[in-house]
Design a protein around this ligand. Sequence first.
Ligand SMILES: Cc1cc2nc3c(=O)[nH]c(=O)nc-3n(C[C@H](O)[C@H](O)[C@H](O)COP(=O)(O)OP(=O)(O)OC[C@H]3O[C@@H](n4cnc5c(N)ncnc54)[C@H](O)[C@@H]3O)c2cc1C
Length: 449
Amino acid sequence: MSRRKFLHLIAALLASTSVAPLTAAPAKRIIVVGAGIAGLTAAHTLRQQGHSVTVVEARDRLGGRLWTSKRWQHMPVDLGATWIHGAKDNPLSALADRIGAKRLITRYADTTTYNTAGKPLSNSESRQLEQWQARIDNALEAAQNADTDQSVQAAVEKALNWNNLKANERQLVQFILNSTLEQEYAGGSHELSAHWYDAAAAFKGDDALFPDGYQVIVDHLANGLNVQLQHVVQTVTWSEQQVTVQTNRGMFQADHAIITLPLGVLKSGQVTFSPPLPARKQQAINTLGMGTLNKCYLQFPSVFWPEDQDWLEHIPTEAGAWTEWVSLTRVAGWPVLLGFNAAERGKRIEQWTDPQIVADAMQTLRKLFGADIPAPLDYQITRWNTDPYARGAYSFNSVGSTLAMRDHLAESLGKTVLFAGEATERKHFSSVHGAYLSGLRAARQIDNP
Ligand SMILES: Cc1cc2nc3c(=O)[nH]c(=O)nc-3n(C[C@H](O)[C@H](O)[C@H](O)COP(=O)(O)OP(=O)(O)OC[C@H]3O[C@@H](n4cnc5c(N)ncnc54)[C@H](O)[C@@H]3O)c2cc1C
C-alpha cells in the first residue's frame, strides 16, 4: 500500500471514530501499558470505539518521551521530542490541525557553522566541509551496497584511509558523522548499521514545533481516559483468553493488553512476560539499538547570538561535544538556546552534575560568542539514558539488525497481547509520528487480529 493510501485510510478511520463507534463487536476490556503517544493514541481510538480501556503508566505524568516543561513562564520547553519531522502529509500535522494546535517552522537553511577556533566558517572552509561530506556520502553508499554489514564508523574509516588523516581532518569527519548521523539517529557511529541506519522513511516539508509544547497533543489524546499513574508494570501473564498485568500497586485483568514499553525498558528485562517472549521477538529486543540524545536548555537575560539563525553548529575538538544548538529566538522570540549531546557523549555527560554540564556548555558558547557573554539565568537538562522508564532516547538500527526485526517486535502474542511504540515501526521508527502510527495500528488489531 502506498503511503498516500495508508494516510487516507488513517484519516478515514479517525474521522469515523470521532462520530460513532466503528465496530459492532462487543466491547472488550483493554489494558494499555504506557501513557506515551503510542499508548494514548491506541487508548483514545479504542475508547472512541466503545471499548473499556485502562492505561497503566509508571510515571507520575502523561506523555512519556513527550514532556513539556512549564517551569519557565511563557516559555514551555520540550524535554523529549520537539518537532513534527517533515510536517507535510505527516499524520501529526493533520491531528494538530484538527485540534487547532499552533505550530512554528524551524529552518535548516538558517544555520551558521563555527570552526574549532569558534569563528564562522570561511567560504573555503565551507567548501572543504562539503568535500568531506561528499566523501562520507560516497563511502556510506558503497557500504550500503556491500554484502556484509559494518558500522558507519568502520565503513567511513576504511574508505577515507583513516590512519593517514591529519588530526584536523579527523575532527571534520567526526563532526560530520556526529552532526548528521549521531544527532539524528541517537546511536553512535560505531554502532549504527551502515546497511540500515537510514532505513526510516521521511515525510516531506519543514520541521514544525509547538510553541505551547507537544503537551497539547498529549492532553488532547488523554482527555477522558482512565489513566492509572505511578503504576509500574512488573509482569504480563497471558493466555488465548485473557491477560493479567501485575503492577507495584495491584493487578489488572483484561481481554487484551497493548504494550508500548520503550525498547530500552524491554532490553532491561525489568518487565517479564509469561509465557516468555518468542525467541525472534527477544532477539529483536537484544539486537536493535537504543540511542541517547540529551538536551540542555539555557535561558539568558539577553540574546548574544545571531538572532536570525535557527541552528548554530560547532566543530569541536572533542568528538560530539555541543556540536548542535537550536536558537528559539527567531522562531519563538525567546532568549533561549538548546544544546544537544548525542550517543556516547550524550551518555557520558549524564554522569556529571548539572553545574558541570552548564559549565561545559558555557565554555563552548564563550568560544563562539566571547568571554563576556552573560551567565544563564536558568537551565533545564535531560538524562534520558538513565531514566528508568525510557532507558534511552529512541531506537536505531544497529550493526547486525535487520528490517524484519521491527516487525518481530510488533508481532502480537496470540491474539491477546499487542505491541506498539516507536521501535515497532519498520518505516517510521524513532519518531513521534512512528509511535502515533503504531498506536493506530495496535487499535486496529484489537478488532482485526
Ligand atoms: C530528547 C528527545 C528528542 C526527541 N526529538 C524528537 C523530535 O523532535 N521529533 C520526533 O518525531 N521524535 C523525537 N523523539 C522521539 C519521540 O519522542 C519518541 O519516538 C516517542 O515519543 C515515543 O513514544 P512511545 O509512545 O513509543 O514511547 P514513550 O513515550 O516512551 O511511552 C512509553 C511509556 O511507557 C512508560 N513505562 C515505561 N516502563 C513502564 C513500566 N514498567 N510500567 C508502566 N509504564 C512504563 C513510560 O513512562 C512511557 O510513558 C525524541 C526523543 C527524545 C528522548
